[in-house]
Design a protein around this ligand. Structure first.
Ligand SMILES: Cc1ncc(COP(=O)(O)O)c(C=O)c1O
Length: 380
């Protein structure tokens, strides 16, 4: 195909997306803008906490900007190892391994859990990184209806004698609901399967001392459970983690392609996340504030006649009539100084478009309440 044809084909596809209301645009933000942020994932308001930025700044001066290599070459620093020990201790597991993103942690974990003939049983609402992990693993994958342990049991029962892994999020990123983790674990154990849980939206938010959804379900340290998470949400930084039995961590170090063939997380980020972890772990007051604000958001939006999800953590989803209406709603909120997430197909597991609010304990209380008014006033 000639270059001109290729570009014309891309243009036609962009026009089709535009017609369907699915255009995506980058909107750069200035440092310190006055926007009330209900779109980012900085649940506990730690991204710009002075102790976090100071720790990152010290490591930046000590190590320089980047890790200079992959973890197995020159990229492992004291900051990475300190963070891994602190994460394992917090999550109540044998060991943990830090990746340069949550996306890569999920790709690496799913792939590393897969052996010949493995069956993956994946929830229909799972995040794209888990879906892609299933895809690149090459393993047969059964997608089960959302949060349905009976369907998971049926899928496992249909594959007797095969290694299997049940793959789920704890708090689902789309609607903020919690997976039935205890039931899923019981089903998995009954069938000799492993359970992989992406705790991205629960780490720092749920569980004892914020140790996440797996800990909240009483499953911390179970030998047949592997936990993944991004360090970019309640911990305000970047990077990902896989946590579980020490043998599995060793397996990842020696075979995990997204760990081995990737430049390590910058040491300054590892140090900043470590400081955020200490604050999150001691942050029961922040979690109480977050839960109170989430309940307030649901009450306020519901009272205004909007269709609101029943969140188990701090993600609130509000149904929009369609993708264009969702885009216009989010844009109107942005014009009035309130950033909200806008989820439309294909980023949603069903055909529904939504505004997604991520509640943030670091936003001023009055600003938060004003933001809820703005969302109601801009509703289509
Ligand atoms: C549930 C879930 N898993 C994984 C990721 C990917 O993490 P990261 O952004 O660190 O790549 C995200 C989004 O950030 C997420 O929402």
């Amino acid at each position: 195909m000639a270059v001109a044809d290729w570009l014309a084909a891309l243009h036609r596809r962009a026009e089709l997306r535009a017609k369907a209301g699915l255009t995506r645009r980058l909107r750069p933000r200035a440092a310190g803008d006055a926007v009330v942020d209900l779109a980012g994932n900085d649940y506990l308001g730690l991204a710009a906490h002075p102790e976090v930025t100071a720790a990152a700044g010290r490591a930046l001066s000590a190590y320089g900007l980047g890790a200079t290599g992959s973890r197995l070459v020159r990229g492992s620093t004291d900051a990475h190892h300190g963070l891994e020990a602190a994460l394992a201790d917090w999550l109540g597991v044998d060991g943990s391994l830090v990746f340069s993103s949550g996306y890569l942690a999920n790709l690496g974990a799913v792939r590393a859990l897969t052996r010949p003939r493995t069956l993956l049983v994946s929830d229909a609402h799972n995040h794209a990184s888990l879906i892609d992990g299933c895809r690149i693993s090459g393993a047969e994958t059964v997608v089960t209806p959302h949060a349905d342990p009976a369907a998971v049991a049926a899928a496992l029962a249909a594959a007797p004698g095969r290694p299997a892994v049940v793959v789920t999020e704890s708090v689902f990123s789309v609607d903020g609901d919690l997976a039935p983790l205890a039931e899923l674990h019981a089903v998995a154990r009954r069938h000799g399967a492993l359970l992989l849980v992406d705790d991205a939206h629960a780490l720092g938010v749920l569980g004892p001392a914020g140790a996440g959804g797996v800990a909240a379900a009483g499953l911390a340290g179970e030998p047949d459970v592997v936990v993944t998470a991004t360090l970019s949400k309640a911990l305000g930084g970047a990077g990902g983690v896989v946590a579980g039995p020490a043998e599995f961590v060793r397996h990842l170090v020696e075979t995990g392609r997204t760990f081995i063939f990737d430049t390590a997380l910058p040491p300054a980020v590892a140090a900043g996340v470590r400081a955020a972890l200490d604050l999150a772990r001691a942050g029961d007051d922040l979690r109480a504030e977050l839960a109170g604000r989430t309940a307030l958001a649901v009450r306020r939006l519901h009272a205004a006649g909007l269709e609101v999800s029943a969140p188990d953590a701090a993600v609130v989803s509000v149904t929009a009539p369609g993708p264009e209406a969702a885009t216009a709603w989010a844009a109107d909120c942005a014009d009035r100084g309130v950033a909200v997430g806008c989820f439309r197909p294909p980023s949603t597991p069903d055909s529904r478009s939504r505004l997604r609010l991520t509640v943030n304990a670091g936003v001023g209380r009055a600003d938060f309440e004003r933001a809820l008014d703005v969302i109601v006033e801009c509703a289509p």
